[in-house]
Design a binder for this molecule. Structure first.
Ligand code: NAD
Ligand code: UFG
Length: 335
């Protein structure tokens, strides 16, 4: 059985569907700080079976102790954490507590229960402002904000742990920019308030919830002056976790893998792709650069293919049409 912390959230919920499709038994631990209880009903529909769900905090050793005592957990996938870069600058202590302390509590509980397989949600943010693209896993790492630093610290904790106790199996998966939603329209990203990220924002402009998109910076050294990122469909990302588990069943150890597509698209590329999907213009205005943003960032995903046999399958068109379907569903659900 796999314990999925943060399994009610955006990436965790899609990964639950992928894991259920590969016949894994699931138990979700989530404190619902950034998700809604009814996700579990929608997961039941998509998985064909209701996943186990415990409402609780990953920093709570009592809850963790009970989970490991009562359930035959063999693997932990750790999605729970805070993820908003700007908020992390304003509330660093909360970010270090939830992300770093949460991970430490979880690892300690796993060790007490002799569970030694830990899949970690890292991020392309650990590459800071990359000196060159595409980015390989051995590129230099740095952090420009507390969120990114929390990921760097956890990556280092995991390396130290594996060095001291080599029986641990630890994939550190570095996600690039997840977008899109499950094609059923039943699950997707549910940002609270003003979305930070580009795709949810475009979706809200498209549905009429926001008047226009602010494009943060038009003077970057990119093909059209706007920032370039490696957008990956969230269900491809979810499949990357299944592939990582399959790899671990054959080989153990500490591995670090980029999960991206290897393609970079600018903000304007994304706007135009969305316009093609909805056959309507997306109003936008150019604004100043956003603090802490980088010009461009995309993955060299070849190691994921070599080691895991995984590569992203879905293109921009599907990322946009699935985002759009989900956005329309959100209006119906009043999310
Ligand atoms: P999300 O906010 O949608 O999901 C996180 C889930 O964890 C939520 O359901 C939330 O309620 C839960 N949670 C938070 N703190 C908790 C705690 N202390 N105890 C129990 N549950 C808790 O975020 P997401 O986009 O699904 O991201 C999942 C992971 O992937 C995070 O670690 C994030 O840093 C990482 N990541 C995300 C992105 C991205 O762009 N979405 C990119 C790279 C890495
Ligand atoms: N952008 C806009 N307007 C917006 C929002 C974003 O122009 O309203 C631009 C940004 O300036 C950037 C691009 O769109 O050029 C992408 O921005 P996102 O906020 O969607 O994504 P980031 O690359 O800034 O960061 C995301 C996550 C991080 C994660 C990182 C790498 O928010 O947590 O991807 O995985 F670490």
């Amino acid at each position: 059985m796999i314990l999925i912390t943060g399994g009610m959230g955006y990436i965790g919920s899609h990964t639950c569907v992928a894991l259920a499709g590969a016949a894994h038994e699931l138990l979700i631990l989530d404190n619902l700080s950034n998700s809604r209880i009814d996700v579990v009903n929608r997961l039941e529909t998509l998985c064909g079976k209701r996943p186990g769900f415990v409402e609780g905090d990953v920093r709570d050793p009592v809850v963790l102790g009970e989970i490991f005592e009562r359930h035959p957990i063999t693997t932990v996938m750790h999605f729970a954490g805070f993820k908003a870069v700007g908020e992390s600058v304003e509330r660093p202590l909360e970010y270090y507590d939830n992300n770093v302390n949460g991970t430490l509590q979880l690892l300690a509980a796993m060790r007490r229960a002799s569970v030694r397989t830990f899949v970690f949600s890292s991020s392309a943010t650990v590459y800071g402002d990359p000196a060159s693209v595409p980015i390989r896993e051995n590129s230099p790492r740095s952090a420009t904000n507390p969120y990114g630093r929390s990921k760097l610290i956890i990556e280092d904790i995991l390396a130290d742990l594996h060095c001291a106790e080599p029986e641990w199996n630890i994939p550190r998966l570095r996600y690039f920019n997840p977008v899109g939603a499950h094609e059923s329209g039943l699950i997707g990203e549910e940002p609270r308030g003003l979305p930070n990220n580009l795709m949810p924002f475009i979706g809200e402009v498209a549905i009429g919830k926001r008047e226009f998109l602010n494009i943060w910076g038009a003077d970057y050294p990119t093909h059209d002056g706007t920032g370039v990122r490696d957008y990956i469909h969230v269900t491809d990302l979810a499949e990357g976790h299944v592939a990582a588990l399959n790899y671990l069943n054959q080989n153990g150890g500490l591995i670090t893998i980029n999960l991206g597509t290897g393609k970079g698209y600018s903000v304007l590329d994304m706007v135009q792709a969305f316009e093609r999907t909805i056959h309507c213009p997306i109003p936008y205005e150019f604004g100043p650069r956003r603090a802490g943003d980088i010009a461009q960032c995309w993955a060299d995903p070849s190691l994921a293919y070599e080691l895991l046999g995984w590569k992203a399958q879905k293109g921009l068109e599907q990322m946009c049409s699935d985002t759009w379907r989900w956005q329309q569903q959100c209006r119906q659900l009043n999310i």
